[in-house]
Design a protein around this ligand. Sequence first.
Ligand SMILES: [Zn+2]
Length: 251
Amino acid sequence: MVRFLRPCVEDETLEEVVAYDGVLSASAKKTRAPARVELIKRRGKYVLFRSDAGQWSVIHPRMSGRLAWGRVDATDHVRMLWRFSGGELRLVDQRRLGTVVVHEGAEPNLRLGPEALDELDWLPRAVAQSRMPIKVWLMDQRKIAGIGNIYASEICFRAGVDPRRPARELSEEEVERLTKLIPTVLEEAIASQGTTLGDGRYRQPGGAPGSFTAQLAVYGREGAPCPVCGASLVRFVQSARSTFSCPRCQC
Ligand SMILES: [Zn+2]
């Protein structure tokens, strides 16, 4: 999202902000405009932009939300609109789980762990100290920031690790595989512009679907054959989220 939006909003003038949802109206009112957007960045799963009015707008699309650049279908659920000199940015969010918060001054501390795409030499030690199931650990944004539900399942599959195993019980080799696979899977997904599932909710800001869907090995494939061994893939729930895995390849 941020790579797409950077050339659209950086150095552009934010002219107006409109909320179509009462929950977000305070953030819209608080945003000073006109103001020039100095930078847009990602931190974990948040999108942040800073304006020369000294404000940070912190957007979390969450599960059903997306940021759209340009016109959207009339049937889409637009909750907020940022009108720029060169175009329009919208938060489209059917389930209304997304958040927009405006901070004054310095970059806000979002209380997140280190970035999943940064150096991970700290990770084996942290994993060895936790009894959380490894997939739940990977999704805990305070431990490591930026891994979502789809990619946590895919990372565990490629590492050959049962997602339910307590983190600290993983062997050194298993942790080493996981550490290597975290950036590998995320970079592949980013290169494919993300994953658009059957509900079609997630799309690139320009409206095109993400194509990582075709590369999913386990996510959403309950009952289908494992691409490696052919066993029937299984689904179970961990921390209220669906996990998909192969009962044979992952132990
Ligand atoms: Zn398998």
